[in-house]
Design a binder for this molecule. Structure first.
Ligand code: FPP
Length: 271
């Protein structure tokens, strides 16, 4: 990976050291998904308007993308605009769309230089034409990149995703290419917008709210959740490292018993 990175600042030796320590101390999550929350409260706490919080949030996006790339995270999904966000005041929606266009214009080249593939999930045909065009161009330019996938959830909601999957599956049943009895977890997962992406290992939510807010509802079945009180504009790589360190202490059991208990049980059974 290009060490210049997205923030165009040299990585400090201390930061490199922290990353190496994390890499040695446990597994780096393959897929991290982030609910970026608290931009408005961050701005309010400074006596500023909400859009200032969103602008500061873009700097966090750049730092987190860069740090994930350096750490070896393969997939990073950011909840940038939910289906429900269309209900915000017109001025805020258009300011967010403008920010997205500006960010795509200024960052796509750096994403490409860093071998990062940009993708999106959501009802992107609802986005304004300029936004859609910038997004499509960035996706096309970076399509063959391999180092990391940066997926932007735009006009996305988990329920929308499940509805569109059910609708496409129903059409296949109607067309006779699929039997209802064949519908299982894999079939559903293959029809979700995230079909090409593994389920998130770690979901981070900033600003202290303990909810998923309609994000990756199906895909989060066994994700580890990490909630921090930090507002998104203050969430930078050091906070990300804390989230990963917390993840590394978790035991992922997927509904089964812990590995050491399984061993004890089989020893007892053999006696
Ligand atoms: C939630 O904070 C944040 C959003 C709805 C938008 C996130 C967008 C960005 C960080 C900027 C653009 C993104 C990219 C990928 C370039 P909030 O407004 O709900 O904050 P509040 O809960 O404090 O009101």
């Amino acid at each position: 990976m290009n060490t210049e990175g997205l923030t165009s600042q040299q990585q400090t030796p201390e930061d490199k050291e922290r990353q190496v320590y994390l890499q040695k101390s446990g597994a780096i999550p393959r897929h991290i998904a982030v609910i970026m929350d608290g931009n408005g409260r961050w701005a309010k706490s400074r006596g500023s308007v909400r859009i200032i919080g969103h602008k500061a949030g873009v700097d966090s996006v750049k730092d987190i993308v860069e740090a994930c790339g350096q750490l070896g995270v393969s997939h990073l999904t950011l909840y940038a605009f939910s289906t429900e966000n269309w209900g915000r005041p017109k001025g805020e929606v258009s300011a967010l769309m403008k920010l997205l266009v500006q960010s795509l214009r200024s960052e796509t080249r750096k994403l490409h230089e860093n071998d990062i593939r940009l993708t999106s999930i959501g009802e992107t045909d609802r986005l304004p034409p300029t936004c859609r065009r910038e997004l499509e161009e960035a996706i096309a330019l970076t399509a063959d990149n391999k180092h990391m996938e940066l997926c932007l959830a735009l006009s996305y909601s988990g329920r929308w995703d499940i509805c569109q999957a059910v609708s496409r599956i129903s059409q296949k049943v109607k067309d006779g290419v699929l039997c209802p009895e064949e519908i299982n977890n894999d079939i559903i997962a293959d029809h979700l917008a995230t079909a090409e992406i593994p389920d998130p290992d770690l979901i981070v939510r900033t600003s202290g709210e303990f909810r998923l807010s309609n994000f990756l509802l199906w895909q989060s079945a066994y994700s580890e959740l990490y909630v921090t009180n930090t507002y998104w504009p203050d969430f930078r790589r050091d906070q990300l490292y804390e989230a990963i360190a917390s993840y590394q202490k978790r035991e992922r059991r997927y509904g089964k018993v812990p590995a050491h208990l399984e061993l004890e049980e089989s020893t007892v059974a053999m006696r």
